[in-house]
Design a binder for this molecule. Structure first.
Ligand code: NDP
Length: 300
């Protein structure tokens, strides 16, 4: 391996430390405790793990954590009533509705019922529009984490060629907007892109957010490029024992690390940054709601 490893676990711990220090000051100087509410509908096992982890880390940085666990057959009206109550609660500064929602619930309707100022996932249509027009917004956590790591590693990203593989609303599109905001020349690739290998070979920065295990091989990577692997894919790992699995990203780590200048691992890269950025967004939302200065370096 020749690439520098961008350690998301270590970086996320640093971000949580900064958030915790701000929270301590907010409490001491202003008597304000940032509050994050997470709403979980149903019993999807992966979502339950995420929600537990979010709650634990929220408390660890000194914030108030509230969880609303609703039955899988909760009606849309009942879910909207919970969100309305959280929108009106002055002790709650961030609201996150864990996705995916059960099929009978309209995700767009639910997300757009969250007060945009409390929309710490950055998925509300107002925040999407604000980000797209370069205005102050709540920024989706995963792309924000990727941006923080890129800025930390490179300093300025101005003029760099960036290729984002994937055009989802939660990762690909906001990632592209953020890179554009930092003056990269941005290409968004997707399943219909022709000659993806050639497109990726022109990139100084590659962000892979596809959901296809180890899809990007090393010979697509320009020597010295920075590779950010967003993908989380679980593969069977019989070599570890019966029924065991392992996590891999969307890039083939070994071959890419042999060519790239820097690369994020999976696990331990983008993943830990996502929750750290959720906490950073909650802090930002709290400061904005309280008319206080926003924490530096924790927003886009
Ligand atoms: P989506 O399934 O919503 O989007 C995948 C994108 O990849 C689509 O735009 C799709 O194109 C594109 N794509 C699919 N196949 C190809 C291909 N062969 N060549 C090029 N592009 C292709 O996924 P998400 O954006 O939600 O997530 C992407 C990955 O990131 C997943 O592995 C997910 O688990 C992970 N993830 C990780 C997070 C973290 O915290 N680290 C957070 C969120 C996601 P098209 O639009 O044409 O179909």
């Amino acid at each position: 391996m020749t690439a520098t490893l961008i350690d998301g676990k270590e970086f996320a711990a640093r971000v949580r430390g900064q958030v915790a220090a701000h929270v301590t000051r907010l409490k001491a100087d202003h008597g304000i405790t940032p509050g994050l509410a997470v709403v979980l509908v149903g019993e999807d096992p992966a979502s339950q793990v995420y929600v537990r982890s979010k709650g634990k880390q929220t408390v660890e940085v000194g914030m108030k954590s509230v969880e609303h666990k609703l039955e899988a057959d909760t009606s849309e009206a009942d879910l909207l009533a919970v969100i309305a109550q959280l929108n009106a609660d002055p002790e709650i500064h961030g609201i996150l509705v864990q996705l995916p929602l059960p099929g009978h619930l309209d995700e767009d309707l639910v997300i757009n019922s969250i007060d945009p100022a409390k929309d710490v996932d950055g998925f509300h249509i107002s925040n999407v529009g604000l980000l797209g027009t370069g205005q102050k917004s709540m920024v989706p956590c995963t792309p924000l984490g990727c941006l923080m790591m890129l800025r930390d590693y490179h300093g300025s990203l101005s003029g760099m060629n960036a290729v984002v593989i994937g055009r989802s609303n939660i990762v690909g599109k906001p990632m592209a907007q953020l890179l554009l905001g930092d003056s990269c020349t941005v290409t968004i690739a997707h399943s219909r892109t022709k000659d993806l290998a050639q497109v990726v070979r022109g990139a100084d920065i590659v962000v892979a957010a596809v959901g296809r295990p180890e899809m990007v091989p090393g010979d697509w990577i320009k020597p010295g490029a920075t590779v950010i692997d967003v993908g989380i894919n679980r593969l069977d790992a019989p070599e570890k024992g019966e029924g065991k699995t392992r996590l891999v990203g969307d890039v083939d780590f070994d071959s890419c690390a042999a060519v790239a200048g820097a690369i994020t691992p999976v696990p331990g890269g983008v993943g830990p940054m996502t929750i750290a950025c959720l906490l950073a967004n909650t802090l930002t939302a709290c400061c904005r709601a309280s008319g206080l200065d926003e924490p530096e370096g924790l927003t886009a």
